[in-house]
Design a protein around this ligand. Sequence first.
Ligand SMILES: Cc1cc2nc3c(=O)[nH]c(=O)nc-3n(C[C@H](O)[C@H](O)[C@H](O)COP(=O)(O)OP(=O)(O)OC[C@H]3O[C@@H](n4cnc5c(N)ncnc54)[C@H](O)[C@@H]3O)c2cc1C
Length: 207
Amino acid sequence: MISFNFNEHCCGCGSCKNSCPVNAITMKADTEGFLMPEINKEICINCEKCDKVCPYENTKVDIKKFSLSDFDNKKAYLYYSSRPERKDSASGGLVYDLSHRIVDNGGFVCGCVWDKEMRACHIVSNKLEDLRRMQSSKYVQSDTKLCFVEIKKLLKEKKEVMFCGTPCQTAGLHQFLGKSDISKLISVCLICHGVPSPLVWENIKRQ
Ligand SMILES: Cc1cc2nc3c(=O)[nH]c(=O)nc-3n(C[C@H](O)[C@H](O)[C@H](O)COP(=O)(O)OP(=O)(O)OC[C@H]3O[C@@H](n4cnc5c(N)ncnc54)[C@H](O)[C@@H]3O)c2cc1C
């Protein structure tokens, strides 16, 4: 059963919740509104699937080992969309253009939208109107709900899927997918300095 100092280390990606075969994990808001797993010990069957998919427990990266020379042979590109919808994107609309291409080719996109209560959450869709909702940065933590399960199912059906989210969420998704065939998955990590508190956002909404 997943258990570490959530307040200190959990990024709230929801990978554990997505992995639980008996729905014993709920993502609950902490005192600042950040989503953390809450485990119902009464129904937990101790299968340890949540431990196996947690990016914190399984991705041990020592950032001290990185140096500038690691980037010597890496390529970087500048891009901006030539579509008129670009003005509704955050930084030139690369993600929007990529999403459009995936959907035009029969695939699905998982990205962050505002729901009816103006809460940020991820959805999976192949509808162009939803790609418009995914455009631009929502500066608050997004709830990935059960999107990882949906993505796994689509990949199994050999559908192309693009995921766009924070690097933490992307790490969670990859850990969740484990040994699944991910040849039809495109993951896009946005540059992210960290997600602001959902509770601050809720308070702003009430003003
Ligand atoms: C929490 C957060 C922190 C950021 N920090 C930085 C930073 O430090 N430096 C910097 O240069 N840029 C930062 N950005 C901006 C981000 O890098 C741009 O959104 C990115 O450049 C994409 O631009 P675009 O025009 O291609 O995407 P668009 O076409 O505007 O699409 C935006 C994409 O971002 C995803 N997205 C939006 N909000 C969220 C969210 N809350 N959680 C997960 N995914 C989300 C959507 O799914 C969508 O696919 C941040 C964005 C967010 C949401």
